[in-house]
Design a protein around this ligand. Structure first.
Ligand code: SF4
Length: 163
């Protein structure tokens, strides 16, 4: 099965390792202390290798935390604090962990299933930085880093549509 993603595609039958947003697995790492549990993603990962990561927590941000959005290439939280460095650090650290795990287990990374619209994990569409719920084209910091390292990304929304 192939999931269409413009010019990219993710081979959902591959026996490789997947990177997954930890909140999709039911971990309470979301900014409000909750999660984004997704049964379809969890079912897909049964008998497959994966690593669940939360780049915002990896960047030193606490849970719960003030929500943040990307504006003019910076990540600013709702109280006006610039948290770009936390997001960048967390994205890099998360990628490093995934690469180490895949190397350690002798697997290649097949792709990433990430949470839609997040300033870290969002792919294709993210909130516009006004905290008004408006979406614009763009990728979260972690998703962009994966793209730049040739790791294919889909969101749980595309995943749901296609399986
Ligand atoms: S950073 Fe990603 S994994 Fe962490 S809560 Fe946000 S969407 Fe989920």
């Amino acid at each position: 099965m192939k999931v269409a993603m413009g010019l990219q595609s993710l081979n959902l039958r591959g026996e490789y390792m997947y990177i997954v947003s930890k909140c999709l697995l039911g971990e309470n790492c979301k900014y409000n202390g909750g999660n984004n549990f997704n049964q379809e993603v969890v079912d897909f990962l049964k008998n497959r290798k994966f690593i669940g990561l939360c780049p915002e927590e990896e960047g030193g941000l606490e849970t719960p935390r003030i929500p943040a959005e990307i504006k003019d290439n910076r990540v600013i939280n709702k109280e006006g604090k610039d948290v770009t460095e936390n997001f960048q650090k967390g994205a890099l650290f998360s990628l490093k962990q995934a690469l180490e795990k895949s190397k350690g287990e002798g697997e290649s990374i097949e792709g990433a299933i990430l949470k839609a619209k997040s300033p870290s994990c969002g792919w294709g569409k993210i909130y516009d930085g006004s905290f008004s719920g408006r979406l614009i084209s763009g990728n979260g910091i972690f998703a962009e880093l994966l793209k730049n390292n040739n790791i294919k990304v889909i969101t749980e929304e595309e995943f749901k549509k296609e399986i």
